[in-house]
Write a protein that binds this ligand. Structure first.
Ligand SMILES: Cc1cc2nc3c(=O)[nH]c(=O)nc-3n(C[C@H](O)[C@H](O)[C@H](O)COP(=O)(O)OP(=O)(O)OC[C@H]3O[C@@H](n4cnc5c(N)ncnc54)[C@H](O)[C@@H]3O)c2cc1C
Length: 404
């Protein structure tokens, strides 16, 4: 049995990343305690749409290509990850490979889509250019306003909520100790400067928990934890996303593919439920939904899929994506020994969860590392964010696609 007083690994944060890392680390034989300040699975991961969408999400620039490589690798792992998680938890998980359509509704957007098409083809990605009539043959609910469409047949999705339930159960069955209502205030170090080593963490009310390794997976709040020397800190900012959950009282059938457009996307779950998202707002830790944002999402969606007006609103939610300065994740050891970052997944934390968990388990137990772990981790090296302030970090060029 794991030693819960002094586990090998303390994981801070019970979102999809912390839970997946804790589960995989435990399966590799580590004793693991997961610390969550509220209840596990109630943070940003619960709000996410669940698109597994590396091709539609790809951004221009070197950082964008790095995220693409991670995303393609993780997308390929999702079916196996879901099957194993289902066996471990008993929760039915159904990743759906529906494909996605990226839509343009006027000449400007159509020109931008041509640019996006050329970009994706230059990367060797599977994408097909569709005339409006071809797009409407595939998705009859589309409005005649569609000017051009790109089809990405390999894109998939999964509802993150059952995944979070399953991860919690799988962690518990495997022997991960989950402590809820345990807000971590600071990381505790032995020594200072470059020689400092992490001893554990202190909870807000003062309790000290020691461990051999501490994994910081606190999502958008990862940069808020005190105690780290400047060289070990990485800047993580919250990127607000507003999103709606809708339901068709007539049942499934309005859409089969994810439909993406400038400013939004509409994702069918296959059972008559839909997710309409999402804004991208730099507003700090503000969590209030706003009438203007919701109006805009609905207006844009309705322009392309008029039937959206008939859907019932089940939920309006807000989440905070964990963003780094170059919007690529930070995965790997910090400069302080015993501290490991698993954060900064921004728009792709659901997509990247299986790969993140595998990479982190490989750091904790190098004998079990993926063969290409070195290359993949080089793309997410946390030290790139701690060196100089990345004022000149490559900006992410705007994408015609919507934001997850
Ligand atoms: C509107 C929206 C739509 C999205 N859609 C998609 C999508 O379609 N596909 C996709 O791949 N990604 C999507 N994302 C991104 C995805 O949701 C995130 O990248 C992912 O959820 C990050 O997971 P996480 O575990 O790092 O963070 P979280 O799920 O936020 O978990 C972090 C946890 O840490 C806890 N915590 C924080 N501070 C402390 C502390 N001091 N002590 C203890 N615990 C702490 C929090 O309470 C929280 O439970 C979307 C995001 C948003 C907002």
């Amino acid at each position: 049995m794991p030693d819960s007083r002094h586990p090998d690994v303390l994981v801070v944060g019970g979102g999809i990343i912390g839970l997946a890392v804790a589960w995989r680390a435990r399966l590799r034989g580590c004793s693991v305690t997961l610390l969550e300040r509220d209840r596990v699975g109630q943070g940003t991961s619960r709000v996410a749409a669940g698109m597994l969408s590396p091709v539609a999400e790809v951004e221009f620039g070197a950082a964008g290509r790095r995220v693409l490589a991670l995303g393609l690798r993780s997308a390929a792992m999702w079916a196996g990850f879901a099957a194993e998680l289902q066996r471990a938890s008993g929760v039915v998980l159904a990743p759906a490979r529906t494909g996605a359509l990226l839509l343009a509704r006027d000449e400007d957007e159509a020109r931008e889509l041509e640019r996006q098409l050329a970009f994706r083809r230059s990367l060797g990605l599977r994408v097909e250019r569709l005339r409006p009539s071809e797009a409407r043959e595939r998705e009859p609910a589309l409005a005649p306003t569609v000017r051009l469409a790109l089809e990405m047949p390999d894109e998939a999705s999964i509802d993150p909520r059952p995944v979070l339930d399953a991860l919690r159960l799988a962690c518990e069955h495997a022997g991960v100790r989950i402590r809820e209502g345990a807000p971590v205030a600071r990381v505790e170090l032995d020594g200072d400067g470059d020689g400092a080593r992490v001893r554990g963490v202190a909870l807000a009310e003062g309790e000290l928990l020691e461990a051999g390794e501490v994994v910081l997976a606190a999502g958008a709040w990862s940069g808020q934890i005190d105690g780290l020397p400047p060289a070990a800190r990485i800047p993580v900012r919250p990127v607000k996303g507003q999103i709606m959950r809708l339901r068709d009282p007539a049942g499934p059938g309005l859409l089969r593919r994810v439909v993406r457009f400038a400013g939004g996307y509409l994702l069918p779950r296959g059972d008559g439920r839909y997710v309409l998202g999402a804004t991208m707002e730099e507003r700090g830790f503000e969590l209030a939904p706003t009438a203007g944002a919701i109006h805009q999402l609905l207006r844009d969606a309705r322009e392309l899929v008029p039937g959206v007006s008939e859907l019932e609103i089940e939920e309006i939610a807000v989440g905070l994506r964990p963003g780094t300065p170059d919007n690529a994740p930070a995965l790997g050891r910090a400069s302080s020994a015993g501290l490991i970052w698993a954060t900064g997944h921004h728009r792709n934390g659901i997509l990247l969860a299986p790969l993140t968990a595998e990479l982190l388990a490989g750091i904790l137990d190098p004998a079990a590392a993926l063969p290409d772990a070195g290359e993949l981790l080089a793309a997410c090296e946390p030290s790139r964010l701690t060196a100089e302030p990345p004022a000149l970090a490559e900006p992410f060029a705007s994408n015609a696609g919507a934001r997850s």
